[in-house]
Design a protein around this ligand. Structure first.
Ligand SMILES: [Zn+2]
Length: 368
């Protein structure tokens, strides 16, 4: 297995196209064709994580936060990022980062936090993306199954828990080939009528090209007619934050204790009535201050996130309980999610590559 194969596994889960424009995700350091001997997963790329990877024989580090984010203007010991970069290059250890694309994908950073807290019926808190496309093609009836199968194998036709979703309607197609044509049906120079199926399947924007190529390869016609249509439906598999319910309602004070215990946060910043019963929990791992309104709209009793501002607490006071449980603490559960995703995928492919979480992940923020 090569670094580029890990990139492909991670991209299928957290497509780089989902990341914020200003973000920098994907392979940060290293050769995509180099062999992966072991993987260390860490929240942050640090010198310590590179040393740990080296000691454990890992040749690839997968992190949530990217190393190269702001422009690196010089590579000198004065910059922590530059020191880490220099160490990665020197030890020939590759670095791959899935940042906001992992935040916005299903089972990503916020879903990992929801799962750590034991929430049930977890869904996205907000689904602002409209990244689904409909691909329509016109195919002779007897070839419809083959073309639909090829499109599905390329990733089209996934709706929630269902795959191979398509719609087919029969109709008549007409065409007349010129002197240079070699039609699969009928003769050139003659107006032909053919019984065709209008075949429709959905696919995410970032996969359209791949699906269209698969469709064209499996299609019997010399010139394939197809439409790619934008859809206004919110995308199902990407969104922001998460919302779910506790297995049993509990007082806010009990939930605060649960958060502290589960995430290991030393000091929570919070507001709300400690005796109020809470059951519906909205959350966003990392800095999620912009989602307070979405949490209120979703009917949540609590919004749990990090890096919340003073004014957010002031505004929320009587509407929703707010909890700031720390950036590091709320995002750390995603490390375990990455480890298990890679292990599962390697097992499925029969690969024996060790994957483990960094042992010495340290919160850079100290609390007195
Ligand atoms: Zn973060």
């Amino acid at each position: 297995m090569k670094v580029q194969d890990v990139h492909q596994i991670m991209s299928a889960w957290a497509p780089p196209a989902l990341a914020w424009d200003r973000d920098n995700v994907g392979l940060q350091v290293g050769d995509p064709r180099s062999r992966v001997k072991g993987i260390l997963v860490s929240l942050d790329p640090t010198e310590e994580s590179v040393h740990e990877a080296e000691r454990s024989g890992a040749s690839l580090i997968v992190t949530h936060h990217p190393l190269l984010f702001r422009p690196l203007r010089s590579v000198t010991p004065a910059s922590a990022a530059a020191r880490c970069l220099e160490l990665l290059v020197r030890t020939r250890i590759a670095l791959y980062s899935a940042h906001t694309n992992l935040d916005f994908t299903r089972e990503g950073t916020s879903f990992a936090l929801a799962s750590a807290l034991g929430l049930r019926n977890v869904e996205f808190l907000d689904r602002p993306y409209r990244l689904d496309r409909k691909i329509v093609t016109f195919v002779p009836a007897e070839s419809a199954d083959r073309v639909a199968g090829a499109m599905a194998d390329a990733g089209a036709g996934i709706i929630g828990n269902y795959d191979h979703c398509s719609f087919r309607a029969e109709g008549t197609g007409t065409f007349r080939g010129n002197a240079a044509s070699s039609p699969a049906l009928g003769r050139k120079g003659t107006l032909e009528k053919a019984r065709e199926v209008r075949l429709e399947m959905v696919a995410p924007e970032w996969n359209v090209e791949h699906v269209v190529q698969a469709m064209q390869r499996s299609h019997p016609y010399e010139e394939v007619a197809f439409d790619v249509l934008p859809l206004e439906n919110p995308s199902r598999n990407c969104g922001m934050g998460a919302v779910g319910t506790l297995p049993r309602p509990m007082p806010l004070s009990g939930f605060l204790a649960l958060v502290r215990r589960t995430l290991g946060t030393k000091a929570l910043r919070w507001c709300g009535s400690p005796r109020a019963t809470v059951s519906r929990i909205a959350l966003c791992a990392g800095a999620g201050g912009d989602l307070v309104e979405s949490a209120i709209r979703a009917g949540a009793d609590v919004f749990l996130s990090a890096d919340l501002k003073y004014h957010a607490f002031r505004e929320a006071e009587r509407t929703i309980a707010l909890i700031d449980a720390g950036h590091f603490e709320t995002e750390l559960p995603v490390v375990g999610a990455i480890v298990s995703r890679l292990r599962t995928e390697f097992r499925r492919r029969g690969e024996r590559i060790p994957v483990r979480a960094a042992r010495r992940a340290e919160n850079p923020v100290r609390i007195l």
